[in-house]
Design a protein around this ligand. Structure first.
Ligand code: PEP
Ligand code: MN
Length: 476
């Protein structure tokens, strides 16, 4: 078996075997499982996969993807793991955000820049206001496939196959468009490659220089309270930079002129994920090279199913989404399966249940995980437990989102545990998809700029507003 070979090779590496690299030693045990390989998920029950009309076409595309270069490198994934471990201990804070679903049409340099920029701005607010390093992780360059409640949807009395994301089918309302087409995987791959290319350019090519913090403003924000608050804070960051330069820390130093930015998505479409899973030449371990971090969604995390099988074998840091339906014993088992060696940089538990459920359920989960001695990073997704329909639009109220974040911090404070990060559906654009917040999008405004391909996102102002709140909680 492939993995047996890997285990032998890795175990024979002296530096890994004698405890000099704890990080990798932990991984070896997880990944040397004899019964895992990048296709072993195919033997398990699998949910939420498209019903492609022609198996042969799928195999052709799979083989084609297997020959294409990886999008990320194993070493980068390990760096992110180290940062995730810091978040689990409260030494850094995790900021993960982006579209609910990326799309082929909403793809442009400006769209990528706007999401990147708002994440940078939020991270500066949280770093400067909260006094803690922020780990920036986009829901970008791969966040295409969507789990759906039902295989079909009825619109104006006509039943269509559900739209599952641009990597699978087209959202247009005709039967032809809704037929899953495997060639979309290749198109998505190339879009991810260009997206990542631009992100890498922004991160190292000068765009993210801290002394440009006051130039990252989005035009429409200068009129809003959040925009003004941000510009205020940017002026203070500027002063701090001038001070640091006077002390001899030049703005040319790499801390000031470049930034680390990672990408992540839900590992839902296993045909895509497994094709991009590659053996790392330095360690012999297998990494899902479609993203630095991948997560398993609330709807596909059954212990004996394909998604858990696939994820347990890859070396990437992982996420797992948890709703109020998860009971403590189940969570312990899920964590044990994905992180049997208790590596603190391995797993983010992303809680999404609404403020009220969270106040009731999260303490039980926190206690169970603590009593089991499991090390994880607790992340709050205040989006997916707060979706509702208003005037015919799927939306979320800023107030409910903020209430869930507040509950998340409160419960951790009460239990003496660490709030490690936040996971948001958001965009740098001035959309009207979520109501409320300082920008005061009302139920009537929802139709104005409702651009999302799936769930409603916070707009730039709402995202900034939330980051000011989080900064305040981090400082306490
Ligand atoms: C999502 O993150 O878009 C999603 C589908 O989340 P969940 O698995 O938590 O429902
Ligand atoms: Mn979503």
């Amino acid at each position: 078996r492939v993995t047996r070979g890997v285990a032998r090779r890795v175990a024979s590496r002296e530096d890994l075997g004698n405890g000099t690299d704890e990080r990798l030693k932990g991984l070896i045990d997880v990944l040397s499982a004899e019964d895992w390989n990048r296709n072993s998920w195919r033997e398990k029950p699998v949910l939420q996969q498209p019903d492609y009309p022609c198996e042969q076409d799928v195999r052709k595309v799979h083989d084609q993807l297997c020959d294409l270069p990886p999008l990320v490198f194993a070493g980068e994934c390990r760096n992110l793991s180290e940062k995730l471990a810091k978040c689990s201990r409260g030494e850094a804070f995790w900021l993960q955000g982006g579209d609910c679903a990326e799309s082929f049409t909403e793809f442009s340099a400006n769209h990528i820049r706007d999401t990147y920029r708002i994440l940078l701005q939020m991270s500066v607010v949280m770093m400067f206001g909260g006094g803690i390093p922020v780990v920036k992780v986009g829901r970008m360059a791969g966040q295409f496939a969507k789990p759906r409640t039902a295989p079909t949807e009825t619109i104006d009395g006509v039943e269509y196959k559900s739209y599952r994301g641009d990597i699978i089918n087209d959202s247009a309302l005709n039967h032809e468009a809704r037929i899953p087409d495997p060639n979309r995987l290749v198109r998505a791959y190339h879009q991810c490659a260009s997206t990542l290319n631009l992100i890498r350019g922004f991160s190292s090519g000068g765009y993210a220089r801290l002394d440009r913090v006051d130039q990252w403003n989005l035009d429409f924000m200068s009129k809003s309270d959040e925009g003004r608050l941000y510009m205020d804070l940017a002026a203070r960051v500027d002063e701090a930079i001038t001070f640091m330069e006077a002390c001899g820390v030049g703005s040319e130093s790499s801390v000031m002129s470049t930034t680390d930015f990672y990408v992540s998505h839900e590992a839902l479409l296993l045909e895509y994920e497994s094709a991009l899973t590659r053996e790392d030449s330095t360690t012999g371990l297998w990494y899902d090279c479609s993203a630095h971090l991948v997560w398993v969604g609330e709807r596909t995390r059954q212990l004996d199913h394909a998604h858990m099988e696939f994820l347990r074998g890859v070396g990437n840091p992982l996420g797992i989404k948890i709703s109020q339906k998860a009971d403590p014993a189940e969570l312990i088992e899920l964590i044990q399966t994905l992180n049997p060696t208790n590596n603190p940089g391995r797993l983010a538990v992303i809680v999404r249940m609404g403020a009220d459920n969270l106040r009731e359920r999260l303490p039980l989960l926190l206690r169970a995980v603590r009593d089991a001695g499991q090390k994880v990073t607790w992340v709050c997704d205040p989006m997916h437990g707060n979706t509702e329909v208003m005037n015919g639009y799927k939306t979320r109220r800023y107030e409910n989102i903020r209430a869930e974040v507040e509950a998340f911090f409160d419960v951790h404070e009460q239990e003496g545990t660490i709030p490690g990060g936040i996971h948001l559906e958001m965009t740098g654009k001035d959309v009207t998809e979520c109501t409320g917040g300082g920008s005061s999008v009302s139920g009537e405004d929802l139709g104005d700029r409702y651009d999302t391909y799936c769930d409603p996102r916070l707009n730039a102002e709402q995202s900034l507003e939330l980051s000011f709140y989080i900064a305040q909680r981090l400082r306490q």
